[in-house]
Design a protein around this ligand. Structure first.
Ligand code: THU
Length: 135
């Protein structure tokens, strides 16, 4: 991915974060998922008074895309932090989201993190090695 494409996807994740529903944690996360043919699906975390139904931004983006028929993905950008503050730290995806990514993506899928200033790029293989499969 070019630095321009990376920055564009981070901007989409920042926009997605604005829709976060996080009254319990106050931690707002945004994700932007890039498909193989260039479409972007946005996700934001959605919390619940019963806590466990909460869904992370990354999974919202994946489930929107998969339920729209998408199956091939290139990269995801993720940003997060206190809802009332500008982004100031990196937000790596939780383990459950890494498992969901591994269902639909190979090890070369890119995970892009931004602290609002600089970005870090990982492959899914780096973040989630030795994937469980039923094969
Ligand atoms: N969260 C995400 O959206 N993505 C992650 O990868 C980690 C955590 C959300 C869930 C919850 O709404 C809030 O951040 C605090 O855990």
């Amino acid at each position: 991915m070019t630095p321009e494409n990376i920055n564009k996807l981070i901007l989409e994740a920042k926009e997605a974060r604005k829709a976060s529903y996080c009254p319990y944690s106050g931690f707002a996360v945004g994700a932007a998922l890039l498909t193989a043919d260039g479409r972007v699906y946005r996700g934001a975390n959605i919390e619940n008074a019963s806590y466990t139904p909460t869904v992370c931004a990354e999974r919202v983006a994946f489930f929107k895309a998969v339920s729209a028929g998408e199956r091939k993905f290139k990269a995801i950008a993720i940003v997060g932090g206190n809802a009332d503050m500008p982004i100031s730290d990196f937000t790596p995806p939780c383990g459950v989201c890494r498992q969901v990514m591994s269902e639909f993506c190979g090890g070369d899928f890119k995970v892009i993190l931004s602290d609002g200033n600089t970005s870090k790029l990982f492959t899914l293989a780096e973040l989630f090695p030795e994937v469980f499969t039923l094969n």
